[in-house]
Design a protein around this ligand. Structure first.
Ligand SMILES: Nc1nc2c(ncn2[C@@H]2O[C@H](COP(=O)(O)OP(=O)(O)OP(=O)(O)O)[C@@H](O)[C@H]2O)c(=O)[nH]1
Ligand SMILES: [Mg+2]
Length: 286
């Protein structure tokens, strides 16, 4: 059997676990045509997959993945030619990737996971931190009549870096030893697309508008990635918050009322839209 692995990467709260929950629902429910079809579960933590898929169906926000709690699941999927391909997915905490960017350190087990296969890189489309200029901030504060303290330095910390800088930093690390395994396919997943779809941009245009340096890095083929950009709404809308006392979300209620939960999922590639989140996986494994 062809062995393939797909690495899921993304800073904390970028939508990695939600995607896995939606994918597991889609391939086990089999109510929608998909490019890759479920064959059987090869090994790994099926309890974890079932738990996140159940939470996804209930329209409840996933719990943060715990550091050190990396779950490795490997499932056999059938491609269009009905050839079984074994796909291994890690569900790694975003904190592990944050550490890679901030401290340039990585646990050996995460490093091992990262040295295989095509890459699904998650960026939460609605929580992008843009570059900020001190002069602009000062100007704005003055206009709003807010106090502008003089001579107060804020020490720089890598966590304050704009999203695109962190993303490029992570991608560059993957093209350096010990993680480099040569040019790979890269699918950039702009998650929570439902929150930004109103802007009327296609995913790549959105990336170029909000993350222009990342756009240039990809266009100039700086690290020879063979890349694509997708917009993904794995939830279809806002799910119920996990915060104590938070009221249920109206959107979540509407999503629960859909006949087919699989239809919550929206994957946008260019001008086309589908419910089939196996499409980028099929491309990564071609
Ligand atoms: N509106 C909306 N929110 C989403 C969607 N997908 C993920 N989110 C939200 O994004 C946040 C992070 O999602 P997770 O799937 O837990 O992200 P993660 O990357 O696994 O996070 P860590 O485990 O902390 O690394 C949650 O609040 C989700 O509800 C979506 O399709 N739509
Ligand atoms: Mg997670």
């Amino acid at each position: 059997m062809t062995e393939r692995s797909v690495v899921i990467i993304g800073l904390p709260e970028s939508g990695k676990t939600t995607f896995l929950g939606a994918l597991w629902h889609l391939v086990t429910e089999r109510d929608i045509e998909t490019v890759l079809r479920f064959h059987n579960l090869r090994s790994g933590d099926v309890a974890h997959l079932n738990a996140i898929a159940a939470r996804w169906r209930d329209a409840r926000i996933q719990e943060r993945t715990a550091v050190g709690g990396n779950k490795l699941v490997s499932m056999n999927l059938l491609n269009a030619a009905k050839t079984p391909v074994r796909v291994t997915f890690p569900d790694v905490a975003g904190e592990a990737y944050r550490r890679m960017w901030e401290e340039r350190a990585c646990d050996p087990d995460v490093a091992e996971i990262l040295q295989a296969g095509g890459i699904l890189f998650f960026i939460h489309a609605d929580t992008i931190r843009p570059p900020q200029w001190v002069v602009d901030e000062t100007e704005l504060s003055k206009k709003l009549g807010l106090p502008v303290p003089e001579g107060q330095e804020v020490p720089w910390h890598p966590r304050l870096a704009p999203t695109q800088v962190q993303a490029i930093g992570l991608l560059q690390l993957l093209r350096e030893p010990p993680l480099d395994i040569g040019p790979r396919r890269l699918a950039i997943m702009l998650s929570a697309w439902d929150k930004v779809a109103d802007e009327g941009l296609e995913p790549y245009a959105y990336l170029k508008a909000k993350l222009p340096m990342l756009g240039q890095y990809l266009e100039r083929a700086a690290d020879s990635w063979d890349w694509r950009v997708y917009g993904l709404s794995a939830q279809g809308g806002e799910y119920d918050s996990t915060k104590e006392g938070a009221p249920p979300s109206e959107e979540a209620e509407a999503l629960r009322n859909l006949d087919q939960a699989s239809k919550r999922i929206r994957l946008i590639a260019g001008a086309t839209e589908t419910h089939d989140v196996t499409e980028p996986l099929a491309w990564l494994m071609e």
